[in-house]
Design a protein around this ligand. Structure first.
Ligand code: GDP
Length: 444
């Protein structure tokens, strides 16, 4: 996820970190590089311009230049501004407090992932004790109605019995009435999409909106289409006044252009992100956590939440306690890796563990895979319990023994230990600062 962007920022930050003294000239150069990285990531031109300007304003002041680690200060500013750019600190929760049934209208182009996301959202809302009704209102695309009904069956969530011969506005109105009579508190309307914005479609969407007055109008955007997604979102926003955006396929997006600019361009918050084809691959959007992932600091909060959802309560509790007490050791590291296999998409999970995503890449120069995971496990397996509990005792001869025991090289053992130490550092900071302070206090 967002690998290109992540790699480029990594290179830039390494350079900045090494700089003991900074001058206005250095800062100018760094800003030029930030600008390039963002443009290459397909971030909207104007957004880049404003972003760089904000960093410049905050960086050129005497405080940054005179601080002990000016490079670090600039990195911190870039981090904070990235979070702010994506709407960090704003309330992006769904507005569902009104008298039920509350309608959520899903809009977007064909292929963006609208129908799938309706199913995912219904599933998520049910896990929050709501009672959702799925409503197929796309009468144009053959099989769209059937697709949603199938999703509903898979999830055991009721789907309104629409017919392709009906008028979409009538379907939505009838569905609300049906929901109200049958005790559904949330109605998710899957509206029609087109390959591009057209007037007829917009007219229909406006009529549906006026007929059912949804609390939420969510634009479903395919993150992989970058600026195109941002432009289309603006178009929909002008006509419908969106309440938010759901970014799908972030799992397959290497650049991050849509993720970084859609909030700034439309002024509307990203509320959820889609991270895979499976029906559980929808997450509430947390800008600070995404920035942590992009910057390779991992995303322990999401990991713990995911762990809570997947593992038994006791295991999750144990992990949290360990994190709290700052006792996270190689044994836990290994347990986590083993649990990962149970948690679905390897790639999305790996990025959440501080240092692990990068370590995999360094070891193999490729996408992490089950095989590499096994290597890491093999290395940890070849350690004694004492070594796993306290990695500081692992000296040169122990490293040699571990490498030969696990069929790896000393270099690979070294890499693992280095990354693990970094992971521990992040944990420590997390512990010291609490979740909110993580970004602010990061020392890189
Ligand atoms: P619609 O035309 O907008 O209703 O799009 P669909 O819901 O039919 O989805 C189009 C394709 O995108 C399907 O193959 C989905 O499985 C896929 N898809 C949807 N969301 C995601 C996501 O978050 N990640 C990935 N990798 N694929 C997704």
């Amino acid at each position: 996820m967002l690998d290109n962007l992540s790699d480029k920022l990594d290179i830039l930050f390494k350079k900045l970190r090494g700089q003991g003294v900074m001058t206005e000239e250095n800062i100018k150069e760094a800003l030029r590089e930030v600008r390039l990285v963002l443009l290459e990531a397909d971030v909207n031109f104007k957004v880049v311009k404003d972003f760089v300007e904000r960093i410049r304003e905050r960086s050129v002041g005497g405080q940054v230049l005179q601080s002990l680690a000016p490079g670090q200060q600039v990195i911190k500013i870039v981090q904070e501004e990235l979070v702010a750019l994506m709407g960090g600190g704003e309330d992006n929760s769904l507005d569902l407090a009104a008298k039920p049934p509350v309608a959520i209208m899903m809009v977007g182009l064909q292929g963006a992932g609208k129908t799938t996301t309706c199913g995912k959202l219904a599933r998520l809302l049910r896990s929050q004790r709501r009672r959702p009704l799925l409503v197929p209102a796309d009468v144009y695309r053959p099989a769209a109605i059937e697709q949603l009904k199938t999703l509903g069956r898979q999830l055991s969530i009721e789907t309104f019995d629409s017919q392709a011969t009906q008028d979409p506005v009538d379907i939505c109105r009838d569905a609300i009435r049906f929901a109200s009579l049958n005790g559904f508190d949330t109605v998710i309307l899957d509206t029609a999409g087109r390959h591009q914005i057209d007037e007829y479609l917009m007219g229909e969407l406006v009529r549906i909106r006026d007929a059912v007055e949804p609390r939420e109008i969510l634009f479903v955007a395919d993150a992989m289409t970058g600026q195109e997604a941002v432009n289309v979102a603006s178009g929909f926003n002008e006509q419908l006044d969106l309440s938010g955006v759901i970014l799908t396929k972030l799992d397959g997006d290497a650049k991050g252009g849509a993720a970084l600019s859609i909030r700034a361009v439309t002024g509307k918050p990203v509320k959820f992100v889609g991270l895979g084809e499976k029906l559980d691959a929808l997450e509430v959007f947390h800008p600070d956590r995404l920035v942590s992932r992009i910057l390779g600091m991992g995303d322990i909060l999401s990991l713990v939440e995911k762990a809570q959802a997947t593992f038994d309560e006791k295991e999750a509790e144990r992990l949290q306690q360990k994190l709290k007490k700052n006792q996270f050791d190689l044994e836990d590291f290994r347990t986590q890796l083993q649990q990962i296999k149970k948690m679905g998409s390897l790639e999305s999970i790996l990025g959440m563990i501080p240092g692990v995503g990068k370590m995999m890449k360094q070891m193999q120069g490729a996408q992490p895979s089950e095989r590499e995971l096994k290597r890491i496990e093999a290395i940890i397996d070849s350690m004694t319990p004492a070594e796993r509990a306290n990695h500081a005792i692992i000296n040169g001869s122990r490293r040699l023994r571990i490498a030969s025991g696990s069929g790896t090289t000393v270099q690979e053992v070294n890499q693992l230990l280095k990354r693990f130490t970094e992971a521990q550092k992040v944990m420590k900071q997390l512990q010291k600062l609490g979740p909110k302070g993580l970004m602010r206090g990061m020392k890189g």
